[in-house]
Design a protein around this ligand. Structure first.
Ligand SMILES: Cc1cc2nc3c(=O)[nH]c(=O)nc-3n(C[C@H](O)[C@H](O)[C@H](O)COP(=O)(O)OP(=O)(O)OC[C@H]3O[C@@H](n4cnc5c(N)ncnc54)[C@H](O)[C@@H]3O)c2cc1C
Length: 258
């Protein structure tokens, strides 16, 4: 083993799931030594035909207690990493950095009553990990998951989201979760229509959740498209909902995907 190889482990893919032409999920084995908190990300590596390895950050979809790792990915046309990743199939290898990273975790908030999770596209991934974990359900009275995609066919993981309340360890907390799917490019039954920012500004998100955003009670996590995150943060600031920092605890935590 070379020195550089010691920084990662080689895992084996057990399952590839295609959600749409541009979205898929991968499940792979997990090194018993790989530890993470719900909301964190791993660095994944794929070997290209020329032998070089490309690395990218990927949030874990799977829960910290799962024996496997799962990731949810976009296919970027011509993307250096996703062109390779989307070609992998069960039995192929995936390199996983030994260390997990990231601060989109519940540790960011010492207090709070309502947890708002706002995702665009694959930014859903860390919230699926959080929602399969016990802590969020135990700590918060209400959890609102807002998941935005372009079309209803690009809303992935619907059976898992709708099935969360049936998980044995979460059954007592089932009525805490409000799920608001949102599509931007079409009208779809059961989904809100429009951008997160538009619906936030008009008050429709709070109306649909039956819950107000308030500095005292609300804690928000935003993940995915950096423009969505920046625009949403601007609106939240106007409502006195601030980024949570170590030196100044606040209400908002974010993870930009690019
Ligand atoms: C902390 C962190 C966690 C991440 N977690 C995930 C994850 O769980 N799933 C995931 O699919 N990606 C995730 N990403 C993005 C991922 O690391 C890569 O950017 C993505 O795999 C594309 O790689 P690429 O080489 O094919 O294209 P790149 O050259 O890396 O990106 C090209 C362009 O594609 C667009 N793009 C990149 N990622 C996305 C995306 N996720 N959705 C829509 N457009 C995108 C951007 O416009 C970007 O400039 C994460 C990024 C960060 C920083």
């Amino acid at each position: 083993m070379t020195v550089s190889e010691e920084k990662f482990t080689r895992q084996t893919l057990s399952e590839v799931r295609v959600w749409s032409p541009s979205l898929f999920s991968l499940r792979c084995s997990r090194d018993p030594g790989f530890r993470f908190r719900a909301g964190q990300f791993a660095r994944l590596g794929v070997r290209k035909a020329d032998g070089s390895v490309v690395w990218r950050a990927y949030s874990m979809v799977s829960a910290p207690h799962d024996e496997f790792l799962e990731f949810f990915s976009i296919v970027v046309p011509g993307g250096e990493f996703t062109s390779e990743l989307s070609r992998l199939k069960a039995g192929d290898s995936l390199l996983v950095d030994k260390q997990a990273f990231g601060f989109l975790t519940l540790e960011r908030f010492a207090t709070g009553r309502d947890l708002w999770l706002l995702a665009s596209g694959t930014g859903l991934a860390p919230f699926l990990s959080l929602l399969q974990d016990f802590e969020a359900w135990q700590r918060f009275e209400r959890i609102v998951l807002i998941y935005s995609a372009r079309t209803a066919s690009e809303l992935a993981y619907q059976p898992m989201i709708h099935g969360l309340s049936q998980l044995e360890h979460l059954a007592d907390y089932a009525d805490k979760l409000t799920y608001l799917p949102l599509v931007t490019r079409e009208h779809a039954p059961g989904c809100l229509h429009g951008r997160i920012t538009t619906l936030l500004q008009s008050g429709e998100l709070e109306r649909a959740a039956g819950l107000a955003l308030e500095p005292e009670h609300s804690r928000l996590m935003l993940c995915g498209n950096p423009q969505m995150i920046e625009d949403t943060r601007t609106l939240l600031k106007q409502r006195d909902l601030q980024l949570s920092l170590t030196r100044r605890p606040g209400q908002v935590a974010v993870e930009n995907y690019w």
